[in-house]
Unconditional design. Structure first.
Lengths: 316, 316, 316
């Protein structure tokens, strides 16, 4: 998309030369050819590491944009990013692409739907009423049970099992809200990447990234009815027990265990080998590995047990 | 259905003239031609505003029924209402109706199922394995992702997005239980109405009303794995974050925000612009607008934070 | 499967005579011809009641195995059981079986998928995009709404209603983890049995048993978005409210009521007519019938209410 068209959509002045913008990205991840935005002064420091070719800024932050990057000055960069996200959204399905390529030994139910541009490896089993969207890639020996939906651009490894009625790659929950309280959708133009040997239960929701990827690393185990927000990274062999949830952009180290009905807030980092008891509510990053936590507000498991007994004594 | 047949099913005496009963409804909402019931003395006051043509009552409440309304006296009006609800249930699918009418530019997957009596507007996208039940109505530009189920009689507006594996209009959770603990289903003969510009995530359950409608007003945003009980009304631009739930017959004002894993009990009213932090448990109506709450039991967010620090001090 | 092959897979010495092992089972439930395992010294007492023909044991527990039972000595019986479980897993679909047998008056959508070996009774309604796996058995008058998945070997009674997007019989959440934190799947070779007059909401996950059956007894009522772990038994007329969950191997007596967003830990027994308020967290068995509980940690409902008022006073 041409930067002049972008400037026109968001109402920014732009007198520079033509420049092709391929996609949008977060400030710190943006590469050459990408457009980013700054919606919060605390991210100003990310400008230094950004390789974005253009940034949506407001009057207060425009001064931080270096000379080799275009500053598009607008009055509400976050809302303007939301408006622009629609322009970068791919087609829901793209039938101009080639028909799916399927490896030897793979069985696909005639009642499954495999979109164009898909590549599936060997010896997979794709059962009835599965949907695999445009340009998905699936490895070898993977089993996908009925009524599961894999949205476009998802990448799934080998030796995975995905149980029924699960949604991989639906839109993350993103919108910009104006002063009257009306919402504008932020199109979620990233994807989901699931590495090898991952098992996912039934009725699970793993949202696609707004930019980049939501990622489940090798060996992850996900029980039923679990929420994984956009842009999360689940470390190798992490275990999420039923009805737990993780908000957006949180990263788990390897072998993190999240107990049933637990939750982790967004934008946190959890050290490897951390365990959370059932119903934990995690609102801060965990830096030390190997500890066990409980409760909401969260604390280490042993003092939590002690605290519960102190609380019970209030009755006496 | 004839009132004499109704009296016969529930074992009530009726010597009056023939009267056609079209449907059942709650006491305060019932119109002429409808049958209602009174199962709890606290609703006696609703008789005054009811336009019901007939009411199932017991010996104690029959005296409150005015002369222009038929009192059908039974020993357990709630159970008798449950038994009768089956008689008013429409067919699950009704192939006697005309085939669906579909607007220009709308794409429907050959692997979707569109029942009879459906009307779909222009430029919609209905993906594989979607089910749209008898007599549903859908506006323009709406996208319904794979494996989503829209039960019969649902009405969905324009510019909506409904993600995959979501259930719109399944039966609300209603039954009458006898003294031995056995349950009798209350057929849920209402519907779901979703207004324009609503986005709903994956694996969401929005139940149809027992009578009347469950309603999502314009601009509502619903994340994943969320429960909306029968007869709820979600005000314009309300936001429900992942894994939250609302029990039956609760009304949210506009721009209410319900945090992740929060819950609101049934039959409550929440003032506009109320926010609930994650894990809130709401058991009382909120009358003042614009406040933020947390915790279970619920309190305002600031004292809740203070209380948590007081509780933590019990450990010392 | 021949015991010599089993010994070879797990690396156990075996010099005895040939013995056919039909399946695996828990120690206390194992019958002649079955293989079991002991992974925890506290289950040593179950050896006395076990009828297993062979048991995976380690050096410390081998001495408890009686003479009429084969002791296969390995260094990690639980992991070896996991490895062996794959050998006993049936085909995901078995097209060698006869085509489904369907009773009179049953309507099956052409867009449903009914696997081989299935038997369905009279006057059922099976809607579009339903999947009924190999060798399932369904009674009379049962309704299964769209996009619901019934995994192979499930048994469902008469007069049941199963709402849309529900998963019956997906794998329970089971794996063995080695010292490096890598997981090995425990194949879930049991099934789900649902008795007559059961209603199940939308987006529900009821996992198949690892051995034996997960069982929902007559008259159970399950709301939406609920987790029932492998090997649970839900007593007659029990009621599970939305977003509640039960971990594996827990048994509810009849007419247990589990409030919204509540949870019960695994391996517990709950007395009949027990009620749990919303958000209860149950970690111990309940032996006395007819009581009402609340909170996490759990206590009786009345002291819980009192305790909440004591806690609130900490603010003063």
């Amino acid at each position: 998309m041409n930067i002049k068209d972008i400037a026109s959509i968001v109402g920014a002045a732009y007198g520079g030369e033509d420049l092709e913008i391929t996609s949008m990205n977060a400030l710190k991840d943006a590469k050459e050819g990408q457009l980013s935005f700054i919606s919060n002064a605390k991210y100003v420091k990310d400008i230094a590491i950004s390789q974005a070719s253009a940034i949506l800024v407001d009057e207060k932050t425009k001064e931080y944009v270096p000379d080799n990057c275009v500053a598009l000055v607008v009055d509400n960069p976050y809302m303007k990013m939301a408006i622009l996200s629609k322009s970068f959204a791919p087609l829901i399905e793209d039938s101009r692409l080639d028909k799916a390529i399927v490896g030897e030994g793979t069985r696909i139910s005639p009642k499954a739907e495999i979109a164009h541009g898909v590549r599936i490896g060997k010896n997979c089993t794709i059962l009835a009423h599965v949907y695999i969207g445009t340009s998905c890639v699936i490895g070898d020996n993977t089993v996908i049970y009925p009524n599961t939906t894999i949205y476009r651009d998802s990448i799934i490894g080998s030796d995975c099992v995905i149980h029924s009625n699960t949604a991989i790659g639906a839109d993350g929950f993103g919108f910009a809200t104006n002063a009257s309280g009306e919402h504008t959708k932020i199109y979620q133009n990233g994807n989901v990447v699931i590495e090898d040997d991952v098992e996912i239960g039934s009725n699970v929701s793993i949202d696609r990234a707004v930019f980049g990827s939501t990622r489940l690393q090798k060996g992850v185990r996900i029980d039923n009815l679990i929420q994984v927000g956009h842009n999360c990274v689940l470390g190798e062999y992490s275990v999420l027990v039923a009805q737990s949830g993780i908000a957006g952009s949180t990263t788990l180290g390897r072998n993190v265990v999240l107990g049933g009905q637990s939750a982790i807030a967004g934008h946190l980092t959890i050290a490897p080998f951390t365990s959370f008891a059932a119903r934990s509510g995690v609102t801060k990053s965990i830096k030390e590995s190997g500890l066990t936590f409980a409760g909401f507000p969260l604390m280490e498991h042993k003092p939590w047990l002690k605290l519960q007994s102190k609380i019970a004594k209030l009755l006496k």
